[in-house]
Design a binder for this molecule. Structure first.
Ligand code: ZN
Length: 263
């Protein structure tokens, strides 16, 4: 992105990640093209602060999730894009969640994407290029945020999470064997197991269980015990923070959740 900043594309499409990450990157892009102090942007100067607070005059932010990617808004942006930016940097028009551009608005946008006035650039943010009109994508330089990937570490965690799910239902399974193995659990894995359990708890709480552990939570825990489980997980995290033996913490966690489910 720093290299890109030296010759900013007229239209940059940022895909991948989640809406918050995309928006953060959109602001970063605006800061990259406007911070007078340094490259990368300093994050501390007046310009960077104003961009962070959405009050920078050369950052125009329209969000499709808020219903603002409609024809009238795009017309107003087009008029503005013919004028030079107010400050010494570049005017950046960020169209967040660009998949919500109405067809009419998207068509009105095409010409500006190709030929914005001097000193003006667009940044389109979207989950993926596939859900945008091809005409928008073909006029943009596409940058993909890292997608959540499945690594060996994740596969190992999935096994632990599945073993935990079996253990808290039956009090048996590979769980105790796994936690009992010398050096089997380091701190990173400990945090990972806790995080997965927290995610499973969230899924259960929202009635959308995806993993096996989440399904167990959803079936066996009521609202009160979900809250208790969340406290147990917080305490396990604190123990790891304090430097406790990860294998012991994880084993304790299993027993506490088992106890909660058996109630
Ligand atoms: Zn700055």
């Amino acid at each position: 992105m720093h290299t890109l900043g030296r010759a900013a594309p007229k239209s940059l499409l940022l895909e991948g990640g989640n809406p918050v990450q995309r928006l953060a990157l959109g602001r970063f892009w605006a800061a990259r093209l406007n911070c007078p102090d340094s490259h990368p942007p300093c994050g501390q100067c007046r310009t960077c602060m104003q961009i962070e607070d959405d009050v920078f005059r050369d950052l125009i932010l329209l969000n499709g999730a808020e219903g603002s990617l409609v024809i009238d808004e795009i017309r107003a942006v087009r008029a503005l894009m013919n004028e030079p930016p107010a400050g010494p940097g570049m005017r950046v028009v960020v169209l967040a969640e660009a998949q919500f551009l109405t067809d009419k608005a998207a068509n009105a946008l095409l010409k500006s994407l190709e030929e914005p006035g001097p000193g003006n650039v667009f940044a389109l943010l979207a989950p993926s290029r596939e859900i945008l009109l091809p005409t928008l994508v073909s006029r943009s330089f596409v940058l993909t945020l890292s997608w959540p990937t499945t690594s060996t570490a994740d596969a190992e965690r999935d096994q632990w999470s599945a073993a935990l799910a079996r253990f808290i239902q039956t009090g048996q399974g590979a769980w105790l064997e796994q936690t009992g193995k010398k050096g089997a659990v380091d701190a990173a894995l400990g945090y990972g197991i806790i995080q997965d359990a927290q995610r499973a708890l969230l899924q259960a709480g929202y009635g959308n269980p995806i993993t096996e552990l989440a399904r167990v939570f959803a079936q066996r825990l009521d609202v009160v015990s979900i809250r208790q489980a969340s406290v147990i997980l917080e305490n396990a995290t604190k123990s790891l923070d304090a430097g406790a033996n990860p294998a012991v913490v994880v084993e304790w966690l299993g027993f506490r959740l088992w106890g909660l489910v058996q109630k």
